[in-house]
Design a protein around this ligand. Sequence first.
Ligand code: GLC
Ligand code: CA
Length: 562
Amino acid sequence: MNKYWWKESIVYQIYPRSFKDSNGDGIGDLRGIIEKLDYLKELGVDVLWLSPVYESPNDDNGYDISNYKGIMKEFGTIEDFDLLLAEAHNRKIKIMMDLVINHSSDEHQWFIESKKSKTNKYRDYYIWRDGKDGLPPNNWGGCFGGSAWELDPQSQMYYLHLFSKKQPDLNWENENLRKEIFSMMKWWLEKGIDGFRMDVINMIGKDQSYPDGIINGISIYADPGNLSKNHPKVHDYLQEMNKEVLSKYDIITVGEAPDVTPSQAIEFVGEDRNELNMVFEFEHMSVGDGPEGKWGETTFDLGEFKTIMSKWQSKLQGKGWNSLYLNNHDQPRMVSRFGNDNKYRIESAKMLATFLHMLTGTPYIYQGEEIGMTNVKFDSINDYKDIETLNAYKGFTESGKKSHNEIMDAIYKRGRDNARTPFQWNDKNNAGFTDGNPWIKVNPNYKYINAQAQLDDENSIFNYYKKVIRLRKKYEIIVYGDYNLILEDNKYIYSYTRKLNDEILLVICNFCENPVLFSIPKDIKYDRKELLISNYIVDIDSIDEIMLKPYEARVYLLKNKA
Ligand code: GLC
Ligand code: CA
């Protein structure tokens, strides 16, 4: 497998609005990020992915861009951005920009023009269709609820928006649009940024006949599925983008790809495909989904999780690279979801870090994960800010499908604001995030979960992350070794090996809060072993049989005489 720096890197995701406020207006900003670069350097990450910092009316917190070359007023200026880039580069940290090009904001100049008339030069930059008998052109539903089509009263035509109606989809069929996007990407790359995270990039190609999708009975609208996801057209566009832009720079690219399967993913990331370096797949993020998707959750099943993770590890092996993540700005906090955010918060956060960072792929850390930040429970729906959460609350309560308590429980488990509460820097006012009024409430547990308390505590989650990150830099096997699942049927332990030349990396993770017995499979042979990391003090250092403690994790390097 070819070696690249982006396979050997660790990416840290910043959600700027919630990271650090530098001027007391309650909103995180670019200067706030600059203040914290030394903290990130200390952690040891290589690349920062910034969730969108472009000009935006913030219908979806920046994922609705009104000017691709301008900085959101609340976040600062383009000079602040240049300073951030220079300061990050001084510390040998790279910057990856979010790029939202499936849709723009309805306040983007292109859409304002497009709406003006059917003959406007920009009309075709968006997707306009006639309705059918007073109804939208087809039955597609938007990801945030309701129809994916909005009627424009003036022209009496509908425009497509797979997200909110303030996020009209761009028409990638239009060559001028593609050219403008590519030149905008070059503009950022010429500034010196180091890569792009591409928002819902597998949705830019659409079936041009816009047929109805299949109704699953939960909603009156259909999920467009492969009519707008992983459509063959997306590969034409990405190959063109690669040729015109990406291939000219030594950068990192990751495409967000909801509903992608491993074989579809290889079409995006296969090393002979000339498209992207890696994708964010979603299959493991849907584990435990019920019929209503994330809002109708069933219980977490380690067996299902193992099957999904292993499938992705094995199917991409030797064919294409992947990303590794357990949470981000759209998902609940990983320690609350896959670990135990109460009695074993520290142990389980460290176990999950071990589990993820020893896998094949580029690991992503979401801000606050490295200090074990947890989900939040606000008493009132009015304290929530996320458009998806608010729409779901409205939809379920108005239709009578869920009671107030039921939908609040679902929000506590899976709502996006779990990840968006301010970063907890210290135990002072507002967790040290702002001197003003934070745009969203701080999680009250900042009194004991905060970065300051962890920096000097050698047993903290933060310092454990530092060690995990350094291991990856030291041992090639962690980056390039082949993955193999062991103890497949064990319901409590997730254990796997990585193999490179005559070395074996053995990773043992107890995913439950009870002690469990681990026994090494007979076919794993070794002459010498070395414990690389563990989240408990290891007293009996034998691996034939280990009585694993709650959420215990250990990693061994096994060597054979050459
Ligand atoms: C992606 C983003 C999410 C956003 C959506 C629409 O899924 O991660 O935050 O709401 O795309 O842009
Ligand atoms: Ca601010």
